[in-house]
Design a protein around this ligand. Structure first.
Ligand code: HEM
Length: 88
């Protein structure tokens, strides 16, 4: 509520769990990665493991060096509601 950045609930996030409609939360930010899907170096099936959920831990377990904030800056949907997940 309030502010100009959309607040996305986990329920809303979970609705976007398909390759053709893929949202992901990392570091408290929700991204629409539908366009990025086919470019992921680890493949679509790997990326799908994090779709529709808060994938911060999963992402950082696999490749903490990847600069997702830069890669996905054009794909921001909003903030994850009530986020308490640390970056690492
Ligand atoms: C590579 C999984 C999300 C960017 C990989 C690889 C895996 C993987 C297994 C290694 C592929 C290989 O070396 O053969 C996942 C999973 C994700 C996820 C499970 C779900 C959270 C993302 C996101 C981005 C991303 C959101 C970028 C916005 C990359 C990049 C590489 C990579 C750049 C190559 C890294 C390198 O070679 O140093 N991913 N990924 N991944 N992924 Fe992801």
């Amino acid at each position: 509520t309030g502010g100009s950045v959309l607040s996305v609930s986990r329920e809303q996030l979970a609705l976007h769990n398909k390759k053709t409609d893929a949202w992901i939360a990392i570091g408290g930010i929700v991204y629409n990665i539908t366009e990025y899907m086919s470019f992921h170096p680890g493949g679509e099936e790997e990326l799908m493991r994090g779709v529709g959920i808060d994938a911060t831990k999963l992402f950082n377990q696999i490749h903490p060096w990847v600069n997702y904030e830069s890669l996905l800056k054009a794909c921001i949907i909003g903030r994850l509601e009530n986020n308490v997940t640390p970056i690492n």
